[in-house]
Design a protein around this ligand. Sequence first.
Ligand SMILES: Cc1cc2nc3c(=O)[nH]c(=O)nc-3n(C[C@H](O)[C@H](O)[C@H](O)COP(=O)(O)OP(=O)(O)OC[C@H]3O[C@@H](n4cnc5c(N)ncnc54)[C@H](O)[C@@H]3O)c2cc1C
Length: 421
Amino acid sequence: MPRQIDKASPMQDILILGAGPAGLTLALSLHQAGIPCRVYEQAPEIKAVGVGVNLLPHAVAELAKLGLLEALRKVAVTTDEAQFFNRYGQLIHAEKLGQGAGYPAPQLSIHRADLQDVLLAATRARLGPDAVHLGHRVTAVETQGTEAVVHFADGKPSARGSAAIAADGVHSTVRKQFHPHETGFHYTGYNMWRGVTAWKPFLTGATMTRAGWLADGKMVIYPIRNNIDAEGRQLINWVAEVEWPNPIDRDWNRRGKLEDFLPFFADWHFPWLDVPAMMQAAEVVLEFPMVDQDPLPWWTQGLVTLMGDAAHPMVPRGSNGAGQSILDAVALTKAFVSGGPVAGVLASYEAERRPATSAVVLQNRKAPPDALLGEVYKRTGNKPFGRIEDVISREELLAITNGYKQVAGYTLEDVARRAAG
Ligand SMILES: Cc1cc2nc3c(=O)[nH]c(=O)nc-3n(C[C@H](O)[C@H](O)[C@H](O)COP(=O)(O)OP(=O)(O)OC[C@H]3O[C@@H](n4cnc5c(N)ncnc54)[C@H](O)[C@@H]3O)c2cc1C
């Protein structure tokens, strides 16, 4: 008999593999629904790694339902507008974001470490101090009858549960086990250098800016922490993207060198920000290739499935990596709550989320919101313009940003439905 999700016969724990934003959100969401779970994480401790992450209103609406909004707001910047510029600092497009744009939830720009802190603290407080098992590196998964069995490195005993959910990120062991012949990652031809710098607030103090274009050097710059010192400075997150023929390895902690990319931005002295000075003042520069992977034909085998970056790594051009992982967690929980045999639960989760996230992966490749920078770059031949209206109409600009919102599931209607649901 297949195992049923039935409140009368308590099920075994669901095993969550990986304690990143995906795994921890799933733990909190399942717990809120009264479904027992445990998390296994390879790292011996959760360290403050990475730099900035954006959470769009669809994801924030879900985190708010988990009771995390106030804790997140305290450590994040509530982003209020997007501004797009060419490499000369000329404004191409501006639009309101979050609640100022009519969403029921804000957009939050946050240090990945702060997001992890909020999720981990809530997981330990609600599920118990031992809910997250650190130092457990998954080596393989299998289904034995009605149980998912997870094996670990270093002689640690295997774990058994009613299902195993692989939230083990871009180097997912489970994805490799399921799809051993998958052909590596898809390189866009661009490298990213990422850093954070203590700097005075610029524009509204909560503006997400994108400038330039890939072939000539592009930047994404936004604040992620407020009032970090007595002078009221913010922590500014920045990403420089430059054409780079040879892809480097995907290592979130790999150090980059300023001299590799600074020359592309040496004359970016905008009235609102001196970009090269800000980059030079960064304590650490990290580098990561701009890559994704082709959408998979299936995620689920037996009682094991994939979620988050393990399922759908995407190029970070639509602020949707963490957000789509959070939506996966919510969809999985809803599928478990609906009940039925576990294999059917996982199948219905995959049927909802695999097509949705595959579309986002492909849209990030061909038409993310910053595609409007590319359009202006093309039409102006990368020269300064007189009036932006003579280059591109507001309707065309909005068609690009709104088209992306539809694919990624965060139109005003989408988010209103989530907030109410
Ligand atoms: C160290 C790090 C830094 C990052 N920095 C940034 C950033 O600066 N900006 C940004 O936009 N995105 C960053 N990301 C990616 C971002 O967190 C994800 O795109 C998004 O939040 C989806 O999260 P996820 O939980 O699916 O994957 P991840 O955040 O990658 O989390 C996966 C988790 O699984 C664990 N894991 C991996 N393999 C195993 C295994 N075999 N057994 C057990 N556990 C395993 C990892 O240690 C990690 O904790 C970073 C990810 C990592 C791991």
